[in-house]
Design a protein around this ligand. Structure first.
Ligand code: PEP
Ligand code: MG
Length: 877
């Protein structure tokens, strides 16, 4: 049998969402429930996919199915589509699986033409209504199908209103509306070069095609990327009998939610307009009445609506967002769907529905989007203040939250300003590890270059600092301390605001509110923890960040990047001394100075984690990152170190690399200078022994070797670690357990994971570097060209933010499968940025990792994502 592309509402149900889209499936379900739904049919998502596959053409068999369905609906409603005496009018609406703003929305009153409008006037004995409907149809069809600028139609309407002294649209007479219709048609002809289509079948097919096309419009593509919606889903089209809210004062239309979508409070919430069509409510032309008002004006309709709303909520076991129309005192339901809601409302509704006995805890866990929790964990803009502000630029939403403050262009000046009690926004072309302190004092960070895993983005997320990265619209001049946005110059000390959740930059200070964590949040997260099997660790390098992560539920540290500890003012001299040392003896002398400092760092971390496991990674970045590059700075350092300027400059130059990310970094440093690894290993072990003695915490440190690609690299470094650990334990006279493992981030490490797993006690997948090396995309530069990949539908999402499961994920999975048979005890985790991304967390659960590790502020998100992955696994069994 050939595929069926068109379904009557009476043929579908709520489970057919993939085929019928959300709107179509729910219209079918409401029909099955016996609710008053104007009848119609749904053209499936598969028809949309086929339309695109066929080179933007609707196949003739689909056209035939559409006409056949139309005939069946005509029989149900007792009118004929295209009839000139008593025309059957329909609405055409898009409806994807997930609701998607940005796509073509709605066309109403389709089926009208110059003759049928007269028939409609006669049939309804309401000429005003007939021409009002026709002018709306011409405008909507022209706007959404033919893409003629809507404001040109508004201008005509306004002109006719003004000429006739009409304040509102409802004041226009039938004669006025006839004039509007004539002028709209003239405009259409001028814009399109032909007459407004009079054949209802042409109107219908053109509208269906427009819905299919809108699946790939730029706004829809962006929305899909932000919301993880695959590009191959396609959208369905719903064709539904019109009912009219604009038939007079006993007619109207409205929208309502079964619970308050911003607070979650259990009460009917919504608004309506009498003598109006749906678009009037959305467009905000007239001020609608609150739904409660309907109780006084049309009490029977109100009671009926309340009953239906309750029935729908009970049926779907979720808060519903409904559209309705009242036609001459009769209520019709046009749509229902699970309503969009704020994070706060989502948590309250989920917890309430469990308490009301409508959902199990596991089901409730699926009702909150993990990413939504973010809004509760960071300061946010005061919504009123934000509404009044206009953005001056947009960059990447690299680290969420809201920040307002004065701009500074160097880390030192930011630190100074911070000391003076100012709120600071650090603006840099790009940040480097030297900027750490400036980033720490800043409320927010703004960079002109770099992507979602650029230094600024990664570090800011770790600190929970708001960050907008890669804002290439700005011209930033760091030397002269200004930037230019939309032609305006912003100088050092000027106020700006950043929205790290949207990427918007504002040229003024906008008031912010601190994060509020309500009781429902804690309850909900307890349920998540009780359900999930995947552990959630954190990436943290300071006791402060570690303590924050524990508050957010982290079970340990999965990645401590030790290099971040090296930049502090007090220790950088010893670090530099180590780097410029010419002999091993000199290097060991410098390392001896660093040892107690590093030990102190690790003790701080262990104490903050109160006995939870801590994984410390050995030094990773290329050494030149720690050295000054300007002559003046080299001069100062030379003086400080008692070196000749030329000699030091020569050393600095000798450390420079063409491609440092693929250069002398990671375990390669330890291969050249094992004494660095020895110092770090000794500090890690001594710190654990001392914390055990002082605080009683039993720490089993996990020492992690970065950037391994060959097992012999790992074995070589492990030997240095073991030697240092043994010496430290002998010196202290105490034996403790520790583990040595490796990052798996070089593709070759994944390919030879069976060899490495024989030697390593744990693997942590460094998917930032692995993504970089698998695609061959520089993680610091890809942001510049990835935008083109999205707009040209080559990529749907940023592979540095959402794990590329097909390619990079395949390597990860392969490594897991190679490792487990040779080392069944091996502990497996991920510590790349993907460890905090919900879909990537689900992937990690499904391939059997033991833990994910992410920045502190994403820990709750990962906890929920892990719980959802487990619930889905149970449901699929
Ligand atoms: C990684 O590469 O995924 C990782 C966690 O290490 P870093 O980001 O420090 O390179
Ligand atoms: Mg790495």
């Amino acid at each position: 049998m050939s595929k069926k592309y068109v379904y009557l509402f009476s043929e579908g149900n709520a489970n057919m969402r993939e085929l019928l889209g959300g709107k179509g499936a729910n219209l079918a379900e409401m029909t099955n429930l016996g609710l008053p739904v104007p009848q119609g049919f749904t053209v499936t998502t598969e028809a949309c996919t086929r339309y695109h596959e066929d080179g933007q053409k609707i196949a003739s068999e689909i056209v035939d199915e559409i006409y056949a369905a139309m005939e069946k609906v005509e029989k149900i409603v007792g009118k004929k589509f295209g009839d000139l005496e008593n025309p059957f009018l329909v609405s055409v609406r898009s409806g994807a699986r997930a609701s998607m703003p940005g796509m073509m929305d709605t066309i109403l009153n389709l089926g009208l033409n110059d003759v049928a409008v007269k028939g409609l006037a006669k049939q309804t004995n309401n000429e005003r209504f007939a021409y009002d409907s026709y002018r709306r149809f011409i405008q909507m069809f022209s706007d959404v199908v033919m893409e003629i600028d809507k404001t040109k139609f508004d201008a005509i309407l306004d002109d006719v209103k003004e000429k006739n002294g009409a304040k509102a649209d409802t004041d226009l007479t039938a004669e006025n509306l006839k004039e509007v219709v004539e002028r709209y048609k003239e405009l259409y002809k001028k814009e399109m070069g032909n007459d407004f289509p009079q054949d209802p079948k042409v109107q219908l097919l053109e509208s269906v095609k427009a819905v299919f096309r809108s699946w790939n419009n730029p706004r829809a593509i962006v929305y899909r990327r932000l919301n993880d919606i695959p590009g191959d889903w396609g959208t369905a089209v719903n064709v539904q009998a019109m009912v009219f809210g604009n038939m007079g004062d006993d007619s109207g239309t409205g929208v309502a939610f079964t619970r308050d979508p911003s607070t979650g409070e259990k009460k009917l919430y919504g608004e309506y307009l009498m003598n109006a069509q749906g678009e009037d409510v959305v467009a905000g032309i007239r001020t609608p009445e609150p739904i409660s008002h309907l109780q006084n004006t049309l009490p029977e309709i109100y009671d009926q609506f309340v009953n239906i709303a309750q029935k729908l909520e009970d049926h779907y076991r979720d808060m519903q967002d409904m559209e309705f129309t009242i036609e001459k005192g009769k209520l019709y339901m046009l749509q229902t769907r699970n309503g969009k809601r704020t994070a706060k409302a989502a948590l309250k509704i989920a917890v309430d529905l469990v308490n009301e006995g409508k959902l199990t805890k596991e089901e409730a866990l699926l009702k909150v989007e993990p990413k939504q929790l973010d809004a509760l964990l960071h300061p946010a803009f005061d919504p009123k203040a934000l509404k009044a502000a206009d953005p001056i630029a947009k960059g990447l939403p690299a680290s969420p939250g809201a920040a307002a403050g004065q701009i500074y262009f160097t880390a030192e000046e930011a630190v100074e300003a911070g000391k003076n009690g100012q709120k600071v926004i650090l603006v840099r072309l790009e940040t480097s590890p030297e900027d750490i302190e400036g980033m720490h004092v800043a409320e927010g960070i703004l960079t002109g270059r770099g992507g979602m895993t650029s230094h600024a983005a990664v570090v800011a997320r770790g600190m929970g600092r708001c960050c907008v990265a890669g804002c290439s619209e700005l011209t930033i001049n760091e030397t002269e301390k200004y930037f230019i946005a939309k032609g305006k110059k912003y100088n050092e000390g000027d106020f700006i605001s950043l929205d790290g959740s949207t990427g918007y930059v504002y040229g003024e200070s906008i008031a912010t509110q601190p994060p509020a964590v309500s009781g429902d949040f804690a309850t909900f997260m307890e349920w998540a923890d009780a359900t999930r099997t995947l552990k959630v660790m954190t990436n943290a390098d300071t006791p402060k960040d570690a303590a924050q992560a524990v508050k957010f539920g982290a079970e340990g540290i999965g990645l401590c990047r030790t290099e971040h500890m090296f930049f502090d003012e007090t220790r950088i001299p010893a670090v530099r001394e180590m780097i410029v040392a010419r002999t091993e003896e000199q290097r060991r002398k410098a390392l001896a100075k660093l040892l107690p400092i590093q030990k102190g760092d690790f003790k701080g971390l262990y104490e903050a984690m109160e006995g939870r496991p801590v994984t410390v990674r050995l030094l990773d970045p290329p050494l030149h990152e720690f050295l000054p590059h300007e002559d003046d700075d080299i001069q100062d350092l030379a003086k400080e170190m008692g070196l000749d300027f030329e000699e030091l400059k020569g050393i600095v130059q000798s450390l420079q690399e063409f491609n440092p990310m693929l250069g002398h970094r990671g375990c390669r440093l330890a291969v050249t200078y094992p004494e660095i690894a020895e110092m770090q290993a000794r500090a890690i072990i001594e710190a654990a022994i001392e914390v055990k003695q002082e605080k009683g915490y039993d720490i089993v440190p996990e020492i992690m070797v970065p950037l391994v690609g060959e097992v012999k690299e790992f074995s070589y470094v492990k030997e240095a670690i073991d030697k240092a650990a043994k010496a430290a334990m002998e010196d202290k006279g105490v034996d403790i357990d520790y583990k040595v493992g490796t990052m798996i981030e070089v593709p070759r490490a994944a390919l030879t994971a069976d060899e490495i797993a024989k030697e390593a006690e744990f693997f942590s997948f460094g998917t930032n570097d692995m993504t970089q090396m698998t695609f061959g995309f520089s993680r610091d530069d890809a942001g510049k060209f990835l935008e083109d990949y999205y707009s040209k539908s080559i990529f749907e999402s940023d592979p540095f933010a959402k794990l590329d499961q097909k390619g990079v994920g395949k390597l990860v999975n392969m490594a897991v499968e190679l490792a487990k048979p040779v080392n069944p005890e091996i502990k497996l985790g991920i510590c790349g940025e993907h460890g905090g991304d919900p879909s990537s967390v689900e992937f990690c659960h499904n391939i059997g990792l033991n833990y994910v590790s992410c920045s502190p502020y994403r820990v709750p998100i990962a906890r929920l994502a892990a719980a959802q992955a487990r619930v889905k696994e149970i449901l699929n069994k």
